[in-house]
Every structure is written in structure tokens, then in C-alpha cells.
Design a protein around this ligand. Structure first.
Ligand code: BG6
Length: 446
């Protein structure tokens, strides 16, 4: 690998400190990116080399060649200075709010980018199918699509990648994963975390864009894809795109296939939480949801007729992060075997990372009475945290884990009927107390 430079735009921010630098640090410790240098850039006053180096040492935990350059990232002159300071073709990471990212990309049109430059963007990629397409057109005027890394860190989570091994490296599960045997699929990411001072971003995004339109649709793409021939970028991304192209709302009526809610005051683990609408920086009139549910159909031969229920909520009393495949009942249980009619389930946990297969067998005691059992395996943590995994792809020029332009647009297409219905007030905004399990209504199964 040749020498390369990572330029972080918006390097003074929370994303850089909390996720990006720790991921980078973990990656560097594996020795896989020798000769990397780092440039931090932002327009904020009060930052200099010393403060930045301290931030890098604290958050990345590695000794790294780095410097700070004060820059207004929406000005071509400043961007030119940054690019000129890079050793080798840079990877430019936009750790910026989406509107600023778009303006920085506009400004980059006036900068000569060296061959091999990579652009790394954070979600959301646009705010609608149309704006995502505009952004994509702009990006491809800067660098070729294979060098555009739209980051979805869920694709760097080891359990999400483990779905591929679970499905395609044995003969046990895959023959069952289709509409002959599966009754429904749920992908749930309920967090006990609430707003965490992120109103500036979250109040414009909401749970639907923050989690479902992005991360959970990617999990759906991996869970429902046909077997890729290899895991190279083209194959893997094509198979995922096939699924998302075939995905649509379960019914044509968003009022029956979507649900939205927002938390009111409550407490979680003894900590009192304000109601979302009263959080500093929140504009209650925006009616931003902190919990969203969708029921989707995947119109393929394999999955036709199987509902995929996606849900994510903030400030939920006990977090639940898993995909659950619920199987249909056996065609006939012999007369005389009784006692338990829970459906069989395969559960893939995204934190803690675990796998469980729940089914009914003749349990202890009366041999004619069925009892539920669970075969469980827990996965150790992956070698790298998700951001480390994603950055490895960037430095190796491998876009496998990045979201391709067409997929970014498809994911907006899938949710667009819902966003329009919500905007038009056609679906009520429910409420749930922080610390509860969510609103009493839900589109999830039992
Ligand atoms: C982020 C969302 O992308 O993912 C957050 O913006 C969410 O709202 C987070 O909390 C969840 O991911 P992780 O990896 O922290 O569990």
C-alpha cells in the first residue's frame, strides 16, 4: 500500500472523537495501514496542532503523524490547501452535517483532485430520492463511483457480516430461509439511549431516516439477498441492490404499514429524561419521531408474501437489537404431542452479538409434552470496531461495505410514501414514556 493521507473535514466534532478516531486507532494497531498520515480540518477557532494531537492521542490511542489545518471547507481555496498538504492521493472524510457536506462537494468542483482521491460521506445521503440523486451526480463529477464511500457503519458490524457466514457457509439454515418456511422477519433496533445532545442533527432526521432508511434497510439487504458468487464489491453490492430494488411498503396505505411515535418524559435506569419535545434544540412543531416502524414486502420469488417488520426507537426501557426470523408452524404435529405452540425462531443479536435458535422439543418430565428450548452461541467482538472496518475498505480502495449510489436512492424510494404521508399528517404521531417499551400500538408480531 502506498503512503496515504486521511483528511477529516469537521475534525473538531463529536463524530470524529467518538467513532472515527477510535476506529482509525484500532485499524492502525493491526498494522494494516503503514505510512498513513492524518490532517484534521475545521473552521472553528481555538484549535491548533497541539489540541488536535491531544484529541488524536486521546481518541485514537496511537502515535500518528498528524497536523491541524484551519479551513472553511466550503471554500475552494481552503480545500486546495488541504489537498496540497496531503502525501499521496487523499481520502477526504466529510464528518459534517449533510448540508455542509453538499456545499463542500460543490467547492471541490474547483479543486484539482489527484487521481486516486477517495471521498467518504456519512449518512443521510440526501433527504429524498431526488436530492440523493442530485448529490450522486455532483459526487461523480468529482471522483469515480468506486472511490465514493458512503458509510453505513452497520455494514462494518461483525454480526451483520456474520449473517453471510450463517446463511451461506453451511447447509442448515439457507434451505429454510424462504417463503415456504418463514412466516415473518423482524429487524429491531430499540435503544435505551435518548437524544444525547444531538438535536441539531436528529430533530431534522428522526428515527426513520436515522436508523431505518439507512442501517436497518442494509441489514434487510444482507438478510434477504441471494447467495453472492464472491464477496467482491461488485457481487456483494449487486445482490444487496437486487433486494432493495424489490422492496416496497407492505400495503399501499402508509397508515397501515407505518407507525411513528415520540417519547414523553420518563426515566431510564434511574435517570430522569425530559420529554423529547422539551429537549434543548428541539422544535416540537417539527413533530420529529423518535420511534418508527415499517412493514415491508420484498417482491422476489424467495420472499414474496413474507412481511419484513422494521422498527427502531430511542429511550426504550430495555434495549433490543436483533433480527428475528419466525418460521411457519410445522405442517402437522403428531396427535399426542402437546403443550407448546410457540413458533420456531432464529434470532441474530446485534449487541450483544449472539445467535439463538428457539424451537420446541420433548422437554424434561412428561415425554409427550413439548417445551421450548434455545440453542445459543455468542460471538466474540470482531477484530475491528465498525468504523475501523469501514475505514479499512477506504484505505484498501475496496467499496464492498460502502453504499452505492443507486442503493442510496432506492432506500429513499422505499420510505418516500411514508415520509409524504407523515408530512401530510395522515399517520398519527403516537407517544410513549421514556423508559417504557414503546407505544402500546405496534406493527410488530407477538
Ligand atoms: C447511528 C445513529 O448511525 O447509529 C444513532 O445516528 C444510533 O442514532 C447509532 O444510536 C447506533 O449504532 P451503534 O453502533 O452505536 O449501536
Amino acid at each position: 500500500m502506498t503512503d496515504q493521507t486521511l483528511i477529516i473535514l469537521g475534525a473538531s466534532g463529536d463524530l470524529t472523537a467518538r467513532l472515527l478516531l477510535p476506529g482509525l486507532g484500532a485499524l492502525l494497531k493491526t498494522g494494516q495501514v503503514p505510512g498513513l498520515s492524518l490532517i484534521g480540518a475545521a473552521v472553528d477557532d481555538g484549535w491548533d496542532d497541539a489540541r488536535w494531537r491531544q484529541r488524536v492521542a486521546d481518541s485514537a490511542g496511537v502515535d500518528l503523524e498528524t497536523r491541524w489545518i484551519r479551513a472553511d471547507v466550503t471554500r475552494a481555496d481552503d480545500l486546495r490547501t488541504l489537498v496540497a498538504a496531503a502525501a499521496g492521493p487523499p481520502a477526504v472524510f466529510f464528518a459534517l452535517p449533510p448540508a455542509v457536506t453538499a456545499r463542500a462537494c460543490e467547492a471541490l468542483l474547483d479543486v484539482d483532485l489527484p487521481e486516486g482521491t477517495r471521498l467518504v460521506l456519512e449518512k443521510p445521503f440526501g433527504s429524498s430520492r431526488e436530492s440523493a440523486a442530485d448529490l450522486n451526480r455532483l459526487l461523480t463529477r468529482l471522483v469515480p463511483e468506486e472511490r465514493i464511500h458512503r458509510v453505513d457503519h452497520f455494514l462494518g458490524k461483525s454480526t451483520v457480516l456474520n449473517i453471510l457466514g450463517l446463511r451461506f457457509a453451511n447447509r442448515i439454515f439457507e434451505p429454510l430461509l424462504n417463503n415456504t418456511h418463514v412466516a415473518s422477519v423482524e429487524i429491531v433496533f430499540d435503544e435505551s439511549l435518548a437524544l444525547e445532545n444531538r438535536a441539531g442533527y436528529y430533530d431534522h432526521a428522526g428515527a426513520l431516516a436515522d436508523m431505518i432508511q439507512s442501517h436497518l434497510l442494509q441489514i434487510l439487504g444482507v438478510l434477504a439477498m441471494e447467495a453472492p458468487i464472491s464477496l467482491d464489491a461488485g457481487e456483494f453490492r449487486d445482490r444487496k441492490a437486487d433486494v432493495l430494488r424489490a422492496t416496497r411498503l407492505w400495503t399501499t396505505d402508509p397508515a397501515t404499514s407505518s407507525l411513528r411515535a415520540r417519547y414523553t418524559a420518563g426515566s431510564i435506569s434511574g435517570k430522569t429524561l425530559l420529554s423529547y419535545a422539551e429537549e434543548p434544540g428541539v422544535d416540537p412543531a417539527r413533530r420529529t419521531e423518535t420511534l418508527a416502524e415499517l412493514v415491508l414486502a420484498v417482491d422476489t420469488w424467495r420472499w414474496s408474501g413474507v412481511p419484513f417488520r422494521l422498527r427502531s426507537g430511542k429511550a426504550i426501557g430495555s434495549s433490543r437489537k436483533e433480527a428475528v426470523i419466525t418460521f411457519k408452524k410445522p405442517p402437522r404435529v403428531p396427535d399426542g404431542l402437546t403443550g407448546c405452540d410457540q413458533p420456531d425462531r432464529l434470532r441474530i443479536g446485534f449487541g450483544p452479538d449472539a445467535l439463538a435458535l428457539d424451537f420446541n422439543i420433548n422437554g424434561p418430565g412428561d415425554p409427550f409434552e413439548l417445551d421450548p428450548v434455545s440453542l445459543e452461541a455468542s460471538f466474540g467482538a470482531g477484530e475491528l470496531p465498525p468504523y475501523g472496518e469501514v475505514l479499512r475498505g477506504v484505505f484498501e480502495d475496496d467499496p464492498t461495505l460502502s453504499i452505492r449510489a443507486d442503493v442510496a436512492e432506492q432506500c429513499w424510494r422505499i420510505v418516500e410514501p411514508v415520509t409524504s404521508a407523515w408530512r401530510a399528517g395522515e399517520v398519527p404521531l403516537l407517544e410513549y414514556p421514556a423508559g417504557s417499551s414503546g407505544p402500546s400500538d405496534s406493527l410488530l408480531g407477538d
